[in-house]
Design a binder for this molecule. Structure first.
Ligand code: PGA
Ligand code: ZN
Length: 389
């Protein structure tokens, strides 16, 4: 298998910003891939360039990739070598789109992933972001994502059905309590009501779970994205500016009171010691996103320091399929949960649905059960469940 040609163009993403779409020709066959963009990005993520810059770099990139052997590992090694640390020479978009397109050229994506990762295909449990705050919404909630995790159901389809029912009931409840403007939605399709505190949002979700009889079968999870409200050495949240220790106490109380399923990025991304303290204190799953940036080196450090016990997997934080699968392999060996994740700026690509099924991921995070770019992932999973079961 040999890379023969590459074409790129700009398309719109879900924020109305430009995203890169790439066509890769391997053995006379074209594969098309588009890539997402985050907004609450970790400092240590691979570098993402403006699409116009990626397009300018294409001739140079092509000259170093066309003619390359398209075996996944060989190609990814070459992509790593030519793009350098944090993929800064060409930017992550060209690199990732090429890597995924080569994967796509090898056949049904989830099957190829299962082969490469030496995993069995399996359906993940979805984590659905139904109240948006932080950088993803125009309200006063410091915490970025309030998710539901329908984990105690037999099938993926049943999980999505429960989630959709919860989402619709939450809309009715928010409208009744806060008025029609409360059901305007944030970047990932969750509602963005004019709430003030973390507890307001959690209780609104808990009330729906109780009303629908789902409080035992559906958990609540947070993505704090804490770096976004860490200012002048304090965590600015719920009307207060808290020191790290007081903030850990505050968050711990919330975790315990509402028996949260998981908490992502509870501590800002530079404070490994704070992470270790928090993880020691709470019973729920602690997930590293901005802290780990899908980077094998940072995952290794976090494992040694017991900074968390689960990793968010975003292929565009690291840049190649091989490096992404490396992180998944590390998580599996350590008994960590791994959560395949979208970005807040998405296209209708359903690649992460294949990645989750093929890598036997226990969980996937793809936004609300609404908006085309979010349901593209869930709908692909609904179809895949029929195929693999
Ligand atoms: P982002 O946020 O895609 O805007 O970076 C998603 C997340 O923090 O999980
Ligand atoms: Zn996150």
């Amino acid at each position: 298998m040999e890379v023969q040609d590459i074409k790129v163009r700009k398309i719109l993403n879900s924020r109305g910003l430009w995203a890169l779409e790439l066509d890769l020709k391997v053995d006379e066959k074209w594969s098309r891939v588009s890539v997402p963009a985050g907004l609450s990005r970790g400092k240590n993520e691979a570098a993402q360039f403006e699409v116009s810059k990626s397009m300018e770099l294409l001739p140079k990139f092509k000259s170093q990739v066309v003619g390359a052997y398209a075996d996944q590992e060989t190609l990814d090694k070459q992509l790593q070598k030519i793009s350098g640390p944090q993929k800064k020479k060409f930017g992550v978009d060209l690199v990732l789109a090429t890597s995924i397109a080569a994967l796509k050229a090898q056949g049904t994506i989830y099957k190829t992933i299962a082969k490469l990762a030496e995993t069995k295909s399996a359906m993940p449990t979805p984590m659905l972001n139904i109240i948006n705050g932080g950088l993803h919404a125009g309200n006063n909630l410091a915490i970025q994502e309030f998710m539901i995790v329908p984990h105690r159901f037999g099938t993926f389809a049943e999980k999505i059905e429960a989630a959709a029912e919860i989402y619709q009931r939450l809309r009715e409840n928010l409208k009744a309590k806060y008025g029609r403007a409360a059901v305007n939605i944030g970047d990932e399709g969750g509602f963005a009501p004019p709430m003030e505190t973390t507890v307001d949002a959690i209780e609104a979700i808990q009330a729906v779970l109780d009303e629908l009889g789902h409080s035992k079968s559906v958990g609540i999870a947070l993505d704090c994205a804490a770096s976004s409200y860490f200012e002048n050495k304090k965590y600015v949240i719920d009307g207060k500016a808290l020191t790290t220790n007081n903030y850990i106490e505050h968050l711990k109380e919330i975790c315990t009171k509402y028996s949260l399923f998981s908490v992502e990025d509870p501590i800002q991304e530079d404070d490994f010691a704070g992470w270790t303290n928090f993880t020691k204190e709470v019973n729920c799953i602690v997930v590293g996103d901005d802290l780990l940036v899908t980077n094998p080196k940072r995952v290794d450090e976090a494992m040694k320091k017991k900074a968390c016990d689960a990793v968010l997997v975003k292929p565009n934080q690291i840049g190649t399929v091989t490096e992404t699968l490396k992180v998944i392999d590390m998580a599996r060996k350590a008994g960590w949960k791994y959560i395949i994740s979208h970005r807040s700026g998405e296209t209708n690509s359903d690649f992460i649905a294949h990645l989750a099924v093929g890598s036997e991921a226990p969980l996937i995070k793809a936004g609300a059960p609404a908006r085309g770019e979010r349901v593209a992932k869930y709908n692909r999973l609904l179809r895949l469940e029929k195929v693999i079961s």
